[in-house]
Unconditional design. Structure first.
Length: 440
């Protein structure tokens, strides 16, 4: 039977943090344009009342995985596994929770499924490497394997059935980066579709549906077709010695993770007393992939602004925060932010590129009126395992993100439910849905 055993208390604690962090992003994500659209679609699709929509109501498990996956990735505050450059929570947890409710799984099994999904997804993403990431959004592609693995644990599939589930998930893996050119809604769709694919693949495998036996390493498999052969050794390197979920980073800024080192450097300079009004020029030096993914100089809509290093750095220097409230039409049009963003230059730093993806670094240099120069360098952004966010910060983040959808009393119940999850006999008995909006 698929599934990890003997998980350390620290790993279980990390899985709980990932679950609570994902819930916060999911509740807030339903207030986004993409979240609102998918909530309406999910209500229309309906289906058996198997699984919770975080926005309220119950639908079929595949629909719940799709909708909750999209919503939880919509505001760019979900967790990030930096070594694999992948958002694991938004593909693994929607699949595991949707099926976990359908199957009335225990809390312990849900946590095991989450750990397993993170493990498989991260390993596939690491094996795919840079050649894959150049064109393919790895959260959408490797995410299908993560979701299928988690779903296989929930369904207690045999090793042979799990192999078929992975084969089916792999043949459906997709997600292109071209959406960045328009600031389109494709990125959260990639996450939701991967979660849905994993659930579908596992359900099919449970009933005898077969998939490619070597979907990763075969001659026309995932790594050959989508990663120029990849680095297959990474699939099993160090397997069993550590768990990938333990390297999870938690995001404290509502923007692409590639911007976070530079944003943290900007906030550090602001704490030192540098005022945006005195800055003549800003120079950002960071790793190459950050420039490729988040090098947009003139964002045309709020979502595209999340992938703009100049805009995010200017936002941090002018407003002192890069939260979801800043990424609005009014925030995008802020004349002070736009004027400073026009004075931000970005360039590759060879030392940052060589350290990536193990470490995500940036250096910020500002030239102030009067000739003064200030410099800050970030070796690991806040929230990374090397620079962890405190538990209180993560609880504050959850309270902030869930505030518009979850009452204070229900928020407390959710925190306690997650804290004691391994003792839960049926995850479907937990009320996961928002309680301050009308329920379907």
């Amino acid at each position: 039977m698929a599934g990890p055993h003997g998980l350390a208390d620290s790993t279980l604690a990390t899985a709980k943090r990932c679950l609570l962090d994902w819930l916060g992003s999911g509740y807030a994500g339903y207030d986004s344009a993409a979240g609102a659209i998918v909530a309406r679609l999910a209500a229309t699709l309906g289906g058996p009342r198997e699984s919770t929509l975080l926005a309220g109501g119950r639908v079929g498990c595949t629909t719940a995985a799709l909708a909750n996956g999209i919503a939880s990735h919509a505001i760019e505050m979900d967790d990030l596994h930096r070594p694999s450059v992948m958002h694991l929570g938004v593909v693994t947890i929607p699949a595991a929770l949707a099926l976990g409710e359908r199957e009335h799984s225990t809390g312990r099994r849900l946590l095991e499924a989450i750990v397993c999904g993170y493990e498989v997804g991260a390993r596939v993403a690491e094996a795919a490497g840079d050649a894959h990431y150049r064109f393919w959004h790895v959260t959408g592609t490797a995410g299908a394997f993560a979701a299928a693995s988690a779903a296989s644990v929930i369904l207690r599939l045999s090793p042979a059935q799990t192999l078929h589930a992975l084969g089916t998930a792999g043949t459906l893996a997709a997600g292109l980066w071209e959406f960045l050119a328009d600031g389109a809604m494709s990125k959260p769709l990639h996450a939701g579709r991967a979660a849905e694919t994993g659930v579908l693949a596992a359900l099919l495998a449970a009933d005898g549906f077969t998939g490619a036996a070597d979907v990763l390493g075969g001659g026309r498999g995932f790594l050959q077709a989508m990663a120029a052969g990849g680095i297959p050794a990474r699939l099993t390197q160090g397997l069993g010695r550590t768990h990938k979920i333990d390297a999870t980073s938690f995001k404290l800024h509502a923007a692409c993770g590639h911007t976070h080192p530079a944003v943290d450097a900007a906030l550090e300079l602001r704490r030192r007393g540098v005022s945006a009004s005195e800055i003549d020029r800003v120079r950002v030096r960071t790793f190459r992939v950050a420039l490729e993914v988040a090098g947009i100089h003139h964002p045309r809509n709020p979502y595209q602004a999340k992938f703009s290093l100049p805009f995010c750095v200017a936002l941090a220097l002018v407003r002192g925060r890069v939260g979801r409230e800043e990424f609005t039409a009014a925030g995008l049009a802020d004349p002070d932010v736009r004027a400073l963003a026009d004075r931000v230059a970005v360039e590759e730093d060879a030392s940052c590129t060589s350290a990536y993806p193990a470490r995500w670094q940036a250096a910020l240099e500002v030239e102030c009126s009067g000739g003064r120069t200030e410099v800050a360098r970030i070796e690991a952004p806040r929230g990374a395992p090397e620079n962890p966010a405190a538990q209180g910060e993560l609880l504050e983040k959850f309270a902030h993100l869930s505030a518009g959808r979850v009452s204070a009393s229900h928020r407390g119940q959710l925190i306690e439910a997650v804290r004691t999850l391994e003792a839960a006999q049926d995850v479907a008995a937990i009320d996961w849905a928002a309680d301050t909006v009308p329920r379907a």
